[in-house]
Write a protein that binds this ligand. Sequence first.
Ligand code: CA
Ligand code: CA
Ligand code: CA
Ligand code: CA
Length: 210
Amino acid sequence: MDWSIVGVESRITSLSQTDSGTLRFDVQQKNAYDKIQLTDKATLAGALEVTIAAGINLTSGEEAQFELLTASSVNGKFDIDPTHHQGLGRFVSVGYKTDSVLLSVYQAKPGDANGDGIFNSKDLIIVFAAGEYEDLFADNSDWTEGDWNGDNEFDSGDLVAAFKDGSYTSADKKVQSVPEPSMSYVALLALGIFVSSCLRRSWRKLPACE
Ligand SMILES: [Ca+2]
Ligand SMILES: [Ca+2]
Ligand SMILES: [Ca+2]
Ligand SMILES: [Ca+2]
């Protein structure tokens, strides 16, 4: 199924997708996107493709949800769905409910490398493990590898941008009210720069920091 313009498809009552089938949706704006409304059941098995227009500008930390499909019941899942990082901190995921399929588009805050809604030590571990901090290769880092200011490099400018944003938390999971940071911005920035300079020392075979 494919539409050149966005719209609601409600002429069909049920849907049975095969393994080789592909459902394509366009998301043009927060309130303008393709949707399938079924009165009977939906069976999913193939691929889901979603084209999201650049024009749906989300602010930092904002999540938009799109109800792509509603049915009396949703059985199965797509074999292939667009759950991934799309670039520049935009994370897309697909959620399945008993009677609907939801697409979530989330604009992560600087520092939130894995797009789980919080910036914590896990994100720092992820980006330093990627090993691209001030490396010798040009334009080789994306958001999940520490580039939080969009210049395709992971360097001190990204740590500054992330800690300045002030969303760092010691919490392990996203909670409704984000707790106050347990350390000050300055202390965390110093820690980040210390860690990164240690990593660079060990990379350059200089004595590592004790
Ligand atoms: Ca995170
Ligand atoms: Ca680089
Ligand atoms: Ca990379
Ligand atoms: Ca950068």
